[in-house]
Design a protein around this ligand. Structure first.
Ligand code: F0G
Length: 361
């Protein structure tokens, strides 16, 4: 029942517990994407689709650990700020653990599927008249005052669970190519995954299970309208400047103050990776390209593929590289974005002749 030894919990040796508050998270597909591989022009391309987790995003991997910690501590109320996915996962895992959940969301900027999940799983939802970064400021203060246990990616136990994304990618590549990937490309918001993957790989190097030179190049992608990490990487800065005004269609990564930047920047630098910004149009184009492989992802997730395409076109990624793109959330998280990126339904009469005539037009 607690999923011991499976999914995320197959990596219990790398985690603080043997089991968690579980809804059977992890063990997500590492899809082939032959048309994308061909059109982008790399040796190998795989899509690690985290949208296939129980609540449809990678957040479940962190929550199974984080909510277990909350249970150990015996806290009364769990809380997070969220662009949507964290709130959906917290609501589900909190309910599973029998705990009260409180989520702070930026009003009008959270995709429909995510609010629906938080709502049905019973979170108390506060719509804040401000952006995600303001929500996180508030929830950190609430946690500091003992009002709630914080389950944003500032919580280190969340990132412990998210390390397993990196471990699964390495295992998948070793099984299929007999080598680890040269590069992992991922969307960046708060830079939690970037930090978690870097920590996972450092631990493998320290344990003597991975050569330092074989650590995949961590490559972060942000939307042009919310790209403080890209700015810092390009400027060789040690600190990330907070962007007060952020905007992008990829609402999941509409973040101006990536709180895990101090842990993520060294990860990008020391693995020989980079960071790149993509436009909303490039994101939508990539979302369509991924969908053409039968894989449905939300806009923020498509940023990874958009970024890879851009870096390959610029010659920063080589044609002999084996690459994993992380797609962080499911298409159904943001049905409005999917419908806008896809084709419109065509009205037809309710008879076969009428349908045939329409098809011939
Ligand atoms: N992709 C998706 C679909 C996300 O929901 C998020 C973050 C990210 C990428 C960025 O990941 O923070 O590890 O760099 N979503 C958070 C939320 C902020 O509240 O759901 P990161």
């Amino acid at each position: 029942d607690d999923f011991e030894g499976q999914g995320v919990w197959r990596y219990a040796d790398a985690l603080p517990f043997e089991s968690g508050v579980s809804i059977q998270e992890g063990a997500t597909p590492l899809y082939e994407a032959p048309r994308l591989e061909e059109s982008i022009g790399v040796e190998a391309l795989r899509i690690k689709h985290e949208g296939m987790n129980p609540t449809g995003s990678f957040k479940d991997r962190g929550m199974t650990v984080g909510v277990r910690v909350a249970e150990e501590l015996g806290v009364g109320r769990l809380a997070c700020a969220s662009t949507g996915n964290t709130s959906a996962a917290l609501a589900a895992y909190g309910s599973r653990g029998g705990m009260e959940t409180l989520v702070l969301l930026p009003a009008g900027k959270v995709a429909a599927g995510k609010i629906a999940q938080a709502s049905l799983h019973g979170a108390r939802i506060l719509e804040v008249d401000g952006n995600f970064d303001a929500c996180l400021d508030i929830v950190q203060e609430l946690a500091g005052q003992g009002e709630a246990y914080l389950l944003n990616s500032l919580n280190p136990f969340r990132l412990e669970g998210q390390k397993t994304i990196g471990l699964e990618i390495l295992e998948g590549f070793l099984a299929d190519y007999d080598t680890v990937p040269d590069r992992i490309v991922l969307p960046v918001g708060n830079a939690g995954n970037t930090s978690a993957l870097y920590k996972a790989f450092r631990e493998l190097v320290q344990a003597g299970e991975l050569e330092e030179d074989d650590v995949p190049k961590l490559t972060g992608v942000q939307a042009e309208g919310a790209a403080p990490m890209v700015e810092a990487v390009e400027n060789g800065a040690d600190e990330v400047r907070r962007w007060e005004d952020v905007e992008t269609r990829a609402t999941a990564i509409r973040i101006g103050n990536p709180v895990n930047a101090p842990k993520a920047l060294p990860g990008i630098r020391e693995t020989g990776g980079t960071a790149v910004a993509v436009s909303d149009e490039e994101i939508t184009e990539a979302q369509r390209d991924i969908a053409a492989e039968g894989i449905g992802v939300e806009p923020a997730s498509a940023a990874s593929v958009a970024g890879l395409r851009k870096l390959r076109a610029e010659g920063i990624v080589d044609d002999d590289e084996r690459v994993a793109c992380l797609t962080t959330g499911h298409l159904l998280k943001d049905p409005d974005a999917a419908a806008a990126a896809g084709s419109d339904p065509e009205p037809v009469p309710a008879d076969t002749q009428g349908v045939l005539e329409h098809l011939q037009d």
